[in-house]
Design a binder for this molecule. Structure first.
Ligand code: ADE
Length: 968
């Protein structure tokens, strides 16, 4: 409701005979009208900026006779911020004007007769607002107006659930270029993995999800919430994994189990993970046997039949020495030695030593696993009794040393007497005395003598011997110790060694001479070949990554740093220009080294061409001169329509040129630009009328057709394809480093490797100390400086995004740190408004984490060529797909839209239906003819909405053209 002056509250019927309540004023006959209508006090709530949508009709003054001096066709909209309602008090001087409102459509007497309602809709933004509320006021100055509705609203990013975190209603910043960072709260039974964040954009859209919450133990994720695991299921870890069925021999009765409990007689060891089945102790070992000789008793057994469901099986051996009666047993003392040990055995065998010769031993062997100690009843064992009462009818006589040398010892012995069995052979066992018996060697012989070789000089060895007969082995003989001789005592072998050394030395020397000669000859040749390598050869050598890779038949880029004298590189690749041929006209920018000017260059054919001149400011040091000229040495190697062309350089001083006088006759600009400090240095390149691509797009926001934008992208891709074919990695592809000429041809510029990054205001220092333009750079290049054509492909994807969003800043106002984090988490820039699906898909392809999966530039160029040849593939916009199809990739056909209403619904612009209809745009054909001015005129005031509508109109136009047989 409104308090009023000469305004009247009138209820009318619309064309469908429905009542409409309006406020009207129509004092068009009298001059100096000043009629105010004021709203009630409007509570601001959380808004910082409000939108006022007015719907009204306005009478055409021409259609009223005799009012030419007094009748007006506009009225004024005002507002006043206050913290409280002022009741009926009203002071116009307190009010601030928002805008003069004019009608796009005014109605005439005839329309009234035909009962046609020409409704106008206008939206205005008011803000920032800081008081608790506001009044709106309408000042009539003599028009014939019916105010049908006033809608006051503000935009917010609505409450949402993302990644198991809830984000509250959030009001965007008044300043539409910055985003509000909002922290999410985890939903019930979820916990933070990385701080969940979203950014609220100016249009009330949520952007860039970062971090997430995950379901707690015992809960699993389903449809954006965490639900308890069902009985019989469990979830032991936080994370977005599903509840699992309880492992074998375990169960869970209730809901939300973090672990399952073991069935009776089954256990979980302390370190068993909850995912593991419950297990039980093993059964005892089986088939215990022994093998006895006079020094060793070897016990052996088979593993248990039931391992209890585990693999951590070990064995313990317990020894008891028993008297004649079985019940007279006691634990064996320390004197017995077990090899390797009596407990915790992992093999099914143990050797027992130092036992008594005439005794009965009982060995109990038990198997154990990780849960054996969880039972408190006696564990079953396997037992065996061994009597050591054995002897040797087959014992041999004494083991005698016949002779010893440095590495060998000869032994012999007397054959056993009283032997009825056939001796198969003898086994001599020996080991170094120092190393005990744990590792020994043995040798077999049929004769009662042996020469043992391979021994160490001056070392004491222990020998013993046993006999093998058809009935088996005898016990070992007692041990005998013999020593080998030392190095010097064996002259014969020493001489032998000397002979070998002399022969080797002579041979080696000969070999050395041959090899030296060989290397001298080939080495000299290589050196000779290197020093003879011409610049052409150098050019054909790819120095990427410091390796010279010959690349036959293809011209490749030569790093100017491989020249000892950088000036030589400049003169090899760039023409020297006599400065008298240059006329500097204007300063057009500033580079790291000095001003950038535009001007004219007189060619040798006496033609004048437009050029840009980069200058090196005075007082430079040699290093700066070298860095400055490096760009020319690089650019001069390229020759491609999409790479900025180098015309030449000025490096020589006036003395060198002989005649430099005409430069002194130039204007102040020359002093500024060319720095006549005796040695002016300049790089002269072709002039690009439209300057850098980013500012060009921002200046012409929404003005190009999709095909024009794709044409630009194609040019850039073709330039970078040329660079990558040349083996050059740009490292700083970004719209700011692309120049645009008057024909909209885009050319790649800004060369110079590391210097490029020094120069780039976007480049930031990384933790590894490099300077990198984070938002444009591939992850592997940020983390470990792995720059390649594949990292250029990533940057190219960002350039695509910049182009399709008309120069929007990638990742908006997010911090570099957040950009890196979000990329790591898999977030990728969404499609810009009005972006064809296929182009966003290509961007996503360029932003693959795995660099080998990114497209090659040659594929990008042919893909874009196909799109240009077949523009209908550009029809599907990402918004259409999101609005209409569940799964991305389904292509929307505009034939689906039978009415303007459907079309506007599909691009989520339904609020403008009446504006289109009121303005007479009632068919798709008529909409396809609309310009951006038309869109503004019908009342679409928000830039974002204008852009969305215009780009959809472009697509619509294309489709209609295509339908009518139009082919690009
Ligand atoms: N700014 C930098 N280089 C340029 C060029 N070649 N043409 C126009 N503007 C530029």
């Amino acid at each position: 409701t409104f308090s009023r002056s000469l305004w009247d509250a009138i209820t009318e019927m619309d064309e469908h005979n429905r009542p409409i309540h309006t406020f009207q004023v129509c004092h068009v006959m009298e001059p100096n009208q000043n009629n105010w209508l004021r709203s009630n006090w409007i509570f601001r709530q959380a808004a910082q900026k409000v939108y006022v949508e007015l719907r009204f009709t306005l009478r055409d003054c021409n259609s009223i006779p005799w009012v030419s001096g007094t009748c007006k066709e506009t009225f004024n909209l005002f507002y006043y911020e206050t913290d409280e309602s002022h009741g009926v008090k009203f002071k116009p001087s307190q009010y601030t004007k928002i805008d003069t409102i004019a009608a796009d459509e005014s109605f005439t007497q005839m329309d009234l007769g035909d009962r046609i309602l020409k409704l106008n809709t206008e939206v205005r933004e008011v803000g920032p607002i800081s008081r608790k509320g506001l009044y709106l006021a309408f000042q009539d100055i003599g028009a014939c107006i019916a105010l049908v509705s006033v809608r006051v609203y503000y935009k917010k990013c609505p409450f949402t659930l993302r990644n198991l975190a809830s984000f509250p209603d959030t009001v965007p910043r008044v300043d539409s270029s910055s985003l509000v960072e909002v922290r999410g709260a985890c939903v019930e039974h979820a916990e933070e993995r990385d701080t969940p964040k979203l950014y609220c954009g100016a249009d009330g859209d949520w952007l860039v999800p970062l971090g997430k919450c995950v379901c707690s133990v015992g809960y699993e994720e389903m449809d954006g919430a965490c639900f308890a695991c069902r009985p019989g299921f469990y979830k032991a870890f936080t994370g977005n994994i599903k509840c699992s069925k309880c492992p074998p021999h375990s169960f869970s009765y209730g809901e939300g189990a973090a672990v399952c409990h073991c069935e009776k007689a089954f256990y979980r060891a302390e370190r068993d993970p909850p995912t593991m089945a419950c297990t039980r102790p093993p059964s005892p070992p089986r088939n215990v046997v022994f093998n006895l000789n006079d020094t060793c008793l070897q016990l052996e057994w088979s593993p248990p039949s039931d391992m209890g469901g585990r693999r951590d099986l070990t064995y313990n051996v317990l020894c008891k020495r028993c008297g004649p009666e079985p019940d007279q047993c006691q634990l064996c003392g320390e004197e017995l030695r077990f090899v390797p040990r009596p407990q915790g055995l992992t093999n099914t065998t143990v050797t027992v030593m130092d036992f008594s010769a005439h005794a009965n031993y009982t060995f109990e062997i038990e198997s154990l696993n990780g849960v054996s100690k969880m039972i408190n009843y006696p564990r079953p064992v396997a037992a065996i009794t061994v009597s050591t009462d054995q002897g040797g009818p087959f014992m041999v006589g004494m083991l005698k040393k016949d002779w010893a040398a440095q590495n060998s010892i000869a032994l012999s012995w007397l054959e056993p007497e009283q032997i009825s069995l056939l001796v198969v052979d003898y086994e001599v066992k020996y080991y170094e005395k120092e190393h005990e018996e744990l590792s020994y060697s043995s040798t077999r012989t049929k004769a009662p003598s042996v020469i043992i070789t391979g021994l160490k000089p001056s070392t004491c060895y222990v020998f013993s011997l046993r006999t093998r007969t058809s009935a088996g082995h005898s016990a070992y003989s007692p041990k005998y110790e013999y020593e080998t001789t030392d190095d010097t005592s064996d002259m014969a072998s020493d001489q032998g060694q000397v002979l070998v050394i002399v022969t080797a030395a002579v041979g080696g020397f000969t070999l050395l001479i041959i090899l030296t000669l060989f290397f001298l000859i080939t080495g000299r040749c290589q050196w000779y070949i290197k020093s003879k390598m011409s610049s052409d050869d150098k050019r054909r050598t790819n120095y990427q990554n410091g390796h010279a890779l010959p690349y036959p038949g293809v011209k490749t880029y030569v790093d100017p740093d491989t020249y000892e004298d950088p000036t030589q590189a400049v003169h090899e690749f760039a023409k020297e220009i006599d400065p008298t041929r240059i006329r500097i006209e204007r300063v057009i920018g500033a580079g790291e080294f000095g001003e950038v000017c535009s001007g004219r260059l007189r060619t040798l054919g006496k033609r004048e061409i437009a050029v840009a001149i980069k200058t090196l400011k005075g007082g430079y040091v040699e290093r700066q001169r070298r860095d400055f000229l490096r760009e020319a040495s690089i650019m001069g190697q390229f020759d491609d329509p999409n790479i900025i062309r180098l015309e030449g350089v000025v490096t020589r001083s006036k003395e060198d040129h002989g005649n430099f006088t005409s430069l002194t006759g130039l204007t102040d600009l020359v002093v500024l630009c060319a720095v006549i400090s005796g040695r002016p240095v300049m790089i002269v390149v072709e002039y690009m009328e439209n300057g850098s691509l980013d500012s060009f797009l921002r200046k012409h926001d929404g003005h190009f057709t999709v095909i024009q934008l794709v044409g630009m992208l194609r040019g850039i891709a073709s330039g970078v394809r040329y660079l990558s074919d040349m083996g050059y990695v740009h490292r700083d592809l970004a719209a700011r480093n692309i120049l645009v000429n008057s024909n909209l041809v885009c050319k790649v510029s800004d060369f110079g490797l590391s210097r490029v990054l020094e120069d780039d205001p976007e480049a930031a220092y990384t933790t590894t100390g490099g300077k990198i333009p984070i938002r444009w750079t591939a992850p592997e290049a940020i983390s470990y400086r792995k720059f390649s054509s594949a990292s250029d492909a990533w940057s190219y994807g960002i350039v695509m995004w910049e182009v399709m969003s008309y120069g929007e800043r990638p990742y908006w106002e997010m911090s570099n740190q957040d950009v890196i984090l979000s990329i790591e988490e898999g977030y990728r820039l969404p499609a810009p408004m009005g972006c064809p699906v296929v182009l966003h898909q290509l961007m996503l392809h360029c932003w693959q984490k795995e660099r080998s999966q990114r497209p090659k530039f040659t594929d990008v160029v042919s893909f874009l060529d196909k799109l240009i040849r077949n523009p209908s593939s550009l029809l599907a916009l990402v918004e259409d797909i999101q609005g209409l199809a569940e799964s991305p990739g389904e292509v929307v056909d505009y034939h689906m839209f039978i009415s303007i209403g459907d079309w506007l619904d599909s691009i989520k612009m339904s609020q403008y239906k009446s504006s289109f209809v009121a303005a007479g745009f009632s068919t798709l054909d008529s909409v396809a003819q609309m310009s951006i001015e038309d869109v503004r005129r019908i009342g679409v005031v928000l830039i974002g909405h204008q852009r969305r509508i215009v780009s959809s109109i472009q697509t619509l136009r294309l489709q209609l053209l295509h339908e009518n047989g139009f082919h690009v």
